[in-house]
Design a protein around this ligand. Sequence first.
Ligand code: G6P
Ligand code: MG
Length: 213
Amino acid sequence: DIKAFIFDLDGVITDTAEYHYKSWQKLADEEGLYFNREINEQLRGVSRMDSLEIILDGKELPEDVKKEMTDRKNNYYQKYLKKISKDDILDDMESKIIDLKEQGFKIAVASSSRNARKVLKNLKISDLFDTISDGNSVENAKPAPDLFLHTAEKLGVKAEECVVLEDAESGVEAALAANMIAIGVGPDDRVGKAHLVFSTVKEIDFEEILEKI
Ligand code: G6P
Ligand code: MG
């Protein structure tokens, strides 16, 4: 039986991909690194340092130099985060989550972002969730199952009782590796490995999810 819904944040509850893109682009321009929107798409659900490694594309740099670059990117990103408000919640996600809570399901956020709590605070929905796991919660980032398993443990439910909503390939892989039900949001070439796919956030239908799984 399904007891909990675990939500990814960026790309499922709100769309921060454009802000991540602009911040990485600024860093890449400063460093003379090749970057574009297509590469940015590969960074969905990928941790900050793993994202830099993708942009560096095999180029080796000392740890302290990489740390400075990710800090700089994060400073740019945090400036954009100040602009986020309740209006940035995607479609009717808030009412859908409230509906699930009223049906008795446990609700959590499990995001790779170290900024997740700040984003939720600006969206004014932190209190909706029974637990929030973020990029600081576990050592191994998605596609490792650790963040989702940690979340299930905090909720006091078994992995197989959890449904995960994800817009990233790495996130779908992490949910499957955790032995959870994976719901993909986005194109098949990105989230097609999920048990069930909706092409946009707007189309997510929780009744259909509960019927089909
Ligand atoms: C989310 C986003 C990724 C981002 C990651 C880390 O998963 O989809 O694009 O790289 O969080 O975000 P952070 O806020 O910790 O830099
Ligand atoms: Mg995401």
